[in-house]
Design a protein around this ligand. Structure first.
Ligand code: PLP
Length: 387
């Protein structure tokens, strides 16, 4: 089956009621007919559900779809994107190990590596994602993993997945990719040798800003490790959130087509707008990695960033002038969202640190939604015009 059909047609077995749409299994545990059956399920000699901290029909359905869409053998779903990222580290790294990560990664992942993992004696080195040749300098005898995001948030820099895959293979390290921005519809990192693909399902996978969720996809062996870590530590995806996310996957392909179509149109309009220094979008020919984007991405995705000539104050004023776009921390929603990283998400970084991850004072990030492009464009242009 093709991507669209798998996302719709993969379902848990029907119950005795023969329902068309998978019901919500709001139960913390599951029953057995007798002691022998219970023993056999616990001993993994017989298939069966046990306890929703680690297995539930709704999470199993979501995991089955995610694995099929990411083209991996298996997947384990978690309560949030951060618990997926954390589990993908903790299941494989131990005290004394070293991880290499691209510098332009999500803020909480950056802090997880620089504050928490350091406390447990897991070292890290941040590298420039666009300069693969320089990565070799970061490799140490105790390096166990490479972690990256592409495209990056909010600067929309890309990492060459093919080169990253070759790098990991030649150094025999685990290749771990956060594929949240692209989604499996736009990019499958396993084509380039990724061992683990993590997701914040909170973003495009839900697509409507309702629930949190995460997923770790990979080979059965690696996912078994992640599952064992999560079974013991408990960052479980609730059945309700799994039910929502599995239903959301049914429309992922058409949503990503529309997000990308709207985003490309908006980026093209903004390129010809005054009071803007530059516009970044992977599928704009002016993007410095346009050729790479065309090679490894099916579409450009739903995020556009641009820099206002007026700097920090103009960035804040731009948000205040908006009438329709939401000012909120999320992205990947059907509603368009505007954010000004320098005064919000990245305000605690020094100017130098912001520069290193491509965040200039006037940078605006738009998560382009599914409203009519005319309304998105009109709101953004009226806001810029009144600056
Ligand atoms: C690229 C990326 N990875 C991970 C996360 C964390 O996901 P969550 O908020 O679901 O924990 C986010 C959240 O914004 C993100 O943008």
């Amino acid at each position: 089956m093709k991507f669209e059909s798998k996302a719709i047609r993969l379902q848990t077995e029907k119950s005795q009621f023969r329902e068309h749409s998978t019901p919500l299994y709001a139960t913390s545990s599951f029953c057995y007919d007798n002691a022998e059956q219970m023993r056999a399920v616990f001993a993994a000699e017989e298939e069966g559900y046990i306890y929703s901290r680690f297995i539930n029909p709704n999470s199993t359905e979501f995991e089955t779809k995610m694995a099929q869409l990411e083209k991996t053998e298996a997947c384990f779903a978690t309560a949030s994107g951060m618990s997926a990222v954390f589990a993908s580290f903790m299941a494989f790294l131990k005290s004394g190990d070293h991880i290499i990560a691209t510098r332009a990664i999500f803020g909480s992942t950056y802090r997880l590596l620089s504050v928490w993992l350091t406390k447990w004696n897991i070292e890290h080195t941040f590298i420039d994602g666009s300069d693969v040749d320089s990565w070799i300098k970061a490799v140490k005898p105790n390096t166990k993993m490479l972690y990256l995001e592409t495209p990056s948030n909010p600067a929309l820099e890309l990492v060459d997945l093919e080169k990253a895959g070759e790098f990991c293979k030649s150094h025999n390290i685990i290749f771990n990719v956060d594929n949240c921005f692209a989604t499996p519809y736009i990019q499958n990192p396993v084509y380039y040798g990724a061992d683990l693909v993590v997701h914040s399902a909170t973003k495009y996978i839900d697509g409507q800003g309702r629930v949190l969720g995460g997923a770790v996809c990979g080979s059965q062996d690696l996912v078994n490790n992640v599952k064992a870590f999560c079974r013991a530590t408990g960052p479980s995806l609730s059945p309700f959130n799994a039910w929502i996310l599995s239903k959301s996957l049914e429309t992922l392909s058409i949503r990503m087509e529309k997000h990308s179509e709207n985003a490309l149109k908006l980026a093209q309009i903004l390129e010809n707008t005054k009071k803007i220094n530059w516009v970044k979008y992977p599928f704009l020919p002016s993007h410095p990695q346009y050729e790479l984007a065309k090679k490894q991405m099916l579409l450009g995705g739903g995020i556009v960033s641009f820099e206002l000539t007026g700097g920090l104050n103009a960035g804040k004023q731009f948000l205040d002038n908006l009438k329709m776009l939401s000012l909120t921390a999320n992205l990947g929603d059907s509603r368009s969202i505007a954010s000004h990283p320098a005064s919000t998400t990245h305000a605690k970084l020094t100017e130098m640190e912001r520069q290193e991850v491509g965040i200039t004072p006037g940078l605006i990030r738009i998560s382009v939604g599914l409203e009519h492009i005319a309304d998105i464009k009109n709101d953004i242009l009226q806001s810029i015009n009144t600056l």
